[in-house]
Design a protein around this ligand. Structure first.
Ligand code: G4P
Length: 529
């Protein structure tokens, strides 16, 4: 197969949701359709089970499992599908943000009873920022939940999306009869007792024909007609191009657990979801079809075994082909490196692969050469934009608790930050180090890993910071900026890339500072240029 054909048949995407909405269940059902697994329950969830929130070892163990489920690849109707796993636990939200830099599209799962939840809002905001094409899957229709129209309104308002349903539920919960598929124009009947749940697929091209009554009964047919009239009147017609531009989001309804509505979702997905897309580097737009290989590291996974301190770096192939044992340029280090055992991922297995194409993810054993955001190429000094850092939610000073082990401590901190476990800020005033995390849990993880993997001890000290804001002055030499740096000296720090960050201690301070220094912008993400 030519490289163009290989590119055209790849779909690399992520499933995002608030924990418990059904991401793992849906992933598993997709794999079943692809024949990649034979039975339900085969995919180990990497989510942190309820009640395990204070047990960080359990979480780390589960993160260990997630190496296997980091990329789940399977074939469906000749299409190679790569699902990039995103951790559900909110304390690992940074991992998810970074994974979103490697996907070409996403499916958002929403629980029909709970509606749009907090984690989903945050993740979708990132997708919107990058114009990532989104398909919405409303899950758990076999249970009582919110009215479909109310839910569509909620999705539009809270997620700021422009939606159009491509399937519509007929009833819900106990009264759930099935789904009208607007995409394929047929009715799928649901039977809670039937093993496959879909009892029949009836093609209903003419909604006014008595076939609809015969299929779903008089009352349901009447309601469905009214509802579909409303859908046609209120929602825009589906347009693939608008979806691909990130301007229109199709919505499907179903029940992952009972395997209902999943095939419809998958069939539509393979026909509309984007193939690997061109990616903007610092200097130019790189097309997947280009002959020369380029790629970037979006995730680093530590080995939990302290005797094998190697890590797995996940590289997304952006252009050309990645080949085993061919020397590539590690752009940041300016060094050629070749890889004798790159891994590709198939369902829950990984295996050594000779060649990978754009859209694919390659796992490389790493002993500390890679950082998140690093690029590889055949010689060009390419650097991919957009592995952003977001302001952490928690901040603590980190202190060395064993003066004899300071070298180990700093090496450990350095490497853990390269993996993206947390963010490090160094205060301008006194060079004290501050660790910023998304969740409080990471502090325990860091302490544990520093002790077990690096033989170093640390302690923390609280620090009252509300948000870290990346500072973006209109003019670095202006009197206003000089004044800001002088007055706010105590609150200024550098991130790991050396960018200036203002650690605001409250939203009030941030507001006041913004008013006082109008020519300086304060960003909650490092990606603002
Ligand atoms: P997550 O990865 O998004 O966190 O969610 P996951 O798939 O683990 O699903 C969370 C819970 O919701 C699970 O139940 C799962 O069985 C259930 N679920 C998923 N899809 C559906 C659906 O379509 N209908 C219904 N009724 N339930 C669904 P659990 O009891 O928390 O876990 P488990 O013991 O079943 O694994």
């Amino acid at each position: 197969m030519s490289i163009d054909t290989e590119i055209a048949r790849r779909r690399t995407f992520g499933i995002i949701s608030h924990p418990d909405a059904g991401k793992t269940t849906l992933t598993e059902k997709l794999l079943l359709f692809g024949g990649a697994i034979q039975e339900a329950g085969a995919v180990k969830s990497n989510k942190v089970k309820k009640g395990a929130t204070s047990d960080f070892m359990a979480i780390e163990r589960q993160r260990g499992i997630s190496v296997a489920t980091s990329v789940l690849a399977f074939e469906y109707k000749g299409i190679k599908i790569n699902i990039l796993d995103t951790p559900g636990h909110k304390d690992f939200a940074e991992d998810t943000f970074r994974t979103l830099t490697a996907v070409d599209s996403v499916i958002v799962v929403i629980d029909v009873a709970k509606g749009v939840e907090e984690q989903t809002e945050k993740l979708v905001a990132v997708c919107r920022m990058r114009s990532i094409p989104i398909i919405v899957f409303v899950n758990k229709l076999d249970r009582e939940g919110k009215d479909a129209f109310d839910l569509l309104d909620e999705i539009e308002q809270k997620l700021k999306l422009r939606v159009t349903p491509l399937s519509f539920p007929i009833g819900m919960g106990y009264g759930f009869k099935g789904i009208y598929n607007l995409w394929e124009q047929n009715v799928n009947l649901f039977s809670p007792d039937h093993k496959q749940h879909v009892t029949a697929t009836v093609e209903v091209k003419d909604l006014n024909a008595p076939l609809l009554e015969a299929t779903v009964g008089d009352a349901a047919a009447h309601t469905l007609r009214e509802e579909l009239d409303l859908v046609a009147g209120v929602y825009p017609e589906f347009d693939t191009e608008a979806y691909l531009r990130g301007e229109l989001q199709p919505v499907f309804f179903g029940s992952a657990l009972t395997n209902f509505g999943v095939r419809e979702l998958l069939d539509c997905f393979v026909s509309i979801a984007p193939k690997p897309r061109a990616k903007q580097s610092e200097t130019r737009l790189v097309a997947p079809e280009e002959a020369k290989f380029t790629g970037f590291v979006f995730k680093i996974h530590a080995n939990m075994d302290p005797n094998h301190r190697n890590r797995l770096a996940f590289i997304k192939v952006v252009s050309g082909t990645f080949r085993r044992n061919v020397p590539y340029l590690h752009v940041r280090l300016g060094k050629r490196m070749k890889f004798s055992s790159p891994n590709a991922f198939f369902a829950e297995k990984k295996q050594i692969v000779e060649v990978s194409y754009p859209g694919d993810i390659v796992g490389i054993q790493d002993t500390g050469s890679f950082k998140i955001g690093d690029s590889l190429s055949e010689g060009e000094a390419i650097s991919y934009k957009g592995i952003p850092s977001f302001s952490p939610e928690h901040f603590r000073y980190i202190n060395n608790a064993d003066p004899l082990k300071s070298k180990q401590l700093y090496k450990g901190i350095d490497q853990l930050m390269d993996e993206g476990v947390a963010q490090l800020f160094t205060l301008n005033l006194n060079n004290r180090k501050v660790i910023g995390t998304v969740g409080a849990l990471q502090y325990e993880v860091i302490q544990y890993r520093l002790a077990h993997e690096y033989g170093a001890k640390c302690s923390y000290e609280t620090l009252n910071v509300y948000k870290a804001c990346w500072v973006d002055p209109e003019d670095e030499k202006s009197a206003e900026f000089m004044d800001f740096k002088r007055v706010k000296q105590r609150y200024l720090a550098r991130d790991k890339q050396g960018q200036l960050v203002f650690l605001a201690d409250s939203s009030f301070t941030l507001q006041l500072t913004q008013q006082k220094y109008p020519s300086i912008q304060f960003h909650l993400s490092s990606e603002y240029r």
